[in-house]
Write a protein that binds this ligand. Structure first.
Ligand code: NCD
Ligand code: ZN
Length: 346
């Protein structure tokens, strides 16, 4: 049995860091595990301009623990009114790595998102021309669509037309949750379509939200799906296809905001993300494919250099913390809180 695995320092291609006290509390967990991360721009107010992204990046760098080597890669929050030149300038100046498309109303802080693709056609044309990736929260916002069908509906109604209209645009379908998404990305042969997959969607199906009662700490968006979909995601992640890569969607919320009559969506997986993913690859007999998923495929898709240095994970049982403290007596309930994992980052 393999007892340890060493791989090039990995990246998290989809991460929420928030701001202020929460940023300071959560950032060290990611900086310990990952060399770089795409930082989601859904702050309040959202990060819609080059200046705002530059200032946010400075706050992240200032919040790093001494000696940490971590590079935040910034995404621009796309609004109906985003000027194409703002996106072009941010990309050429190295401030924006990508643009994030939230359909308006799809998830946490998405109210300033895109109401119709026609409104952002000029931005998408510019991005296609300059080779800048579009990161998509792929869910229909039609309230008549069943919450478990929103990703599949988005693929048919919005994503396929978008891919046809912008045939050279680089697209990452974020945090995929369905076999429809995994199939679409697997079948693409152009190399311009990719997907991130979270640890929770690889490890759990929707039953986890209702085991013995309602479990708000398993609630994220897109919501967990049926077992059939979880199995399709595990096949995709471990397939060796370069189109799938690691993106935790780690999304911290104070526990009282989740344990509430109207609880927030988001799972905080930053402290043990690598160990959780590696557990899945181990169960699937795919340890030899983990480095590609965690450390190579994303870099290649984004056209960025591979990281220097390595991390080592050892086969060692350890228990995940029950709680991550925030100032003012608040706390975050992490993914797999109190559970045992069989791998540990050295
Ligand atoms: C994210 C958040 O809390 O910002 N929540 C989530 O459930 N994933 C938003 C998002 O990525 O959809
Ligand atoms: Zn997210």
């Amino acid at each position: 049995m393999t007892q340890s695995l060493t791989l090039p320092r990995p990246d998290d291609w989809h991460l929420h860091l928030r701001d202020g006290d929460t940023l300071r509390a959560v950032l060290p967990h990611t900086a310990r595990q990952f060399a770089r991360a795409i930082v989601m721009p859904n702050l309040k107010p959202p990060v819609t301009t080059v200046d705002a992204a530059h200032a946010y990046r400075e706050r992240i760098l200032a919040a790093l623990p001494p000696g940490a080597r971590f590079v935040p890669l910034m995404a621009c929050y796309l609004c109906d009114a985003t000027p194409p030149d703002e996106v072009r300038r941010g990309f050429s100046e190295g401030v924006f790595t990508a643009v994030k498309l939230y359909p308006a109303g799809a998830t946490t802080h998405s109210e300033y998102g895109v109401t119709a693709l026609d409104k952002v056609a000029g931005v998408l044309e510019t991005m296609q021309e300059i080779g800048m990736p579009l990161l998509i929260h792929g869910e229909s916002t039609d309230p008549a669509v069943d919450v478990f069908d929103r990703e599949a509906t988005f693929i048919e109604q919005t994503l396929k037309p978008l891919l046809a209209r912008f045939p050279r645009l680089k697209v990452v379908l974020e945090h995929i949750t369905t076999e429809q998404a995994a199939d679409l990305v697997s079948r693409d042969s152009s190399g311009r379509l990719a997907a991130t997959i979270t640890p929770q969607h690889l490890m759990f199906n929707r039953n986890a939200m209702f085991t013995g009662g309602i479990r708000p700490h398993f609630y994220c968006l897109p919501v967990l799906k049926r077992e059939r979909h979880r199995l399709a995601l595990r096949r995709a992640a471990t397939s060796g296809s370069p189109a799938f890569f690691l993106g935790t969607d780690s999304a911290p919320h104070d526990r009282t905001a989740k344990e509430a009559a109207c609880g927030c969506a988001g799972i905080f997986s930053a402290p043990n993300a690598l160990e959780a993913y590696l557990t899945v690859f181990d169960e699937e007999g795919a340890l030899d494919r983990f480095a590609a998923f965690a450390s190579e495929n994303g870099s290649r898709f984004y056209g960025l250099p591979l990281n220097e240095g390595t991390v080592t994970l050892r086969r060692e049982r350890h228990r995940v913390a029950e709680s991550i403290p925030l100032p003012d007596g608040k706390a975050i309930h992490p993914f797999l809180a109190g559970e045992e994992l069989g791998w540990k980052l050295a």
